[in-house]
Design a protein around this ligand. Sequence first.
Ligand SMILES: NC(=O)c1ccc[n+]([C@@H]2O[C@H](COP(=O)([O-])OP(=O)(O)OC[C@H]3O[C@@H](n4cnc5c(N)ncnc54)[C@H](O)[C@@H]3O)[C@@H](O)[C@H]2O)c1
Length: 370
Amino acid sequence: MSIFNVELKKVVDDSYEIEVGHSLEQKLISDIKGGLVGKINKFAVVTDSNVKGLYADRIAAMLAAEGFRCDVISFPAGETSKTRRTKEFIEDTMLAKGYRRDCCIIAVGGGVVTDIAGFVAGTYGRGVPFINYATTLLAAADASVGGKTAVDTPLATNLIGIFNQPKKVYIDISAWKTLPQRQLSSGLAETIKHACLASRDLFAYLDANMERIFAFDDEVCGHIAAENCRIKYSVVMKDERESGLREVLNLGHTVGRAIETVSGYRLLHGEAVSIGLVAEVKLAAKLGYCTEDDVRLVTELLAKAKLPTAIPGYIDREELVRKLYTDKKVRDGRLRFVLQDGIGAIKEFEGGQYALPVAEEAAREIIMSV
Ligand SMILES: NC(=O)c1ccc[n+]([C@@H]2O[C@H](COP(=O)([O-])OP(=O)(O)OC[C@H]3O[C@@H](n4cnc5c(N)ncnc54)[C@H](O)[C@@H]3O)[C@@H](O)[C@H]2O)c1
């Protein structure tokens, strides 16, 4: 018998820039011309049916005008497209158009597009580079930054995916102006989550400036885009693969993701997270880490952002309790929750743990009260 020791220690530098600004299409093109992805000259622009005409076609035309080979691959907008089937459609389209390993994927759109395009990029030809051009506040706040990519399954959201870091992320604040109000609010849920878990100042800022956000005030939108990146990255840089600290970014998501699935995607991701934040701040209050005043403040800020704060009547709450067990933080069959420590901090538990095992009865009691 022979034993070979395959030594494959990796030193990887996956660092990249996130550029926040207005109408960054031209900047994207000049970065590519400047060698952002080396000598690659074939680009698959992945987008959805809404963003195609608004931004993706223009980016593709600008690339073509510079002599790059480029195709726009579009799928129907919405969470229900974030599936293995859509991933296969993108891959098959790229294969049919002759894309091989010497290509780059540019995701132009919201979180559904960046999640699926990043996943395709990680497996296409065993991995090709990708760039995110984020056009929603939700993608800017969360989905396009951090390197998590995934598709949904009938059981639950984001169960199949990989960690895969983009070459660069562009956050186009001007693009928020074409977002329907419901979508802008959905992105505000992740922004409020960041405030709840890491910054009392951001919480107060959002409270004071909500109307200016809905008026697309440049200064305010720029500030919240930058704060979202700062908070998310202060966590991701310490724990890229969610072995500990990164779990804090899950605040509101244990209940939120379950509601999103049980609602059959009638609720947008951020809307479900909003209700999840209310449930989880209530749980934190029940366990003594927050006050009733904190619960009121969080609920009021979410309502100010035009987000739902109660579980809709059409949701079967017992089914919701069962769905909590599809959460990735579940260990040994036990539910685990990330909990606020007042507003602007997360409770750290013994042994540097950020998720606390919670009995099903306590979780059920909260679900019944929201
Ligand atoms: N990877 C992560 O770390 C992470 C984090 C949070 C959320 N997510 C995922 O992100 C997704 C939600 O992101 P989202 O809300 O951006 O979803 P989305 O991509 O579906 O975009 C929301 C809607 O807005 C439209 N749209 C996008 N940009 C537009 C623009 N500028 N103007 C007009 N319409 C526009 C889209 O076509 C879509 O209908 C979920 O799938 C969620 O799981 C991922």
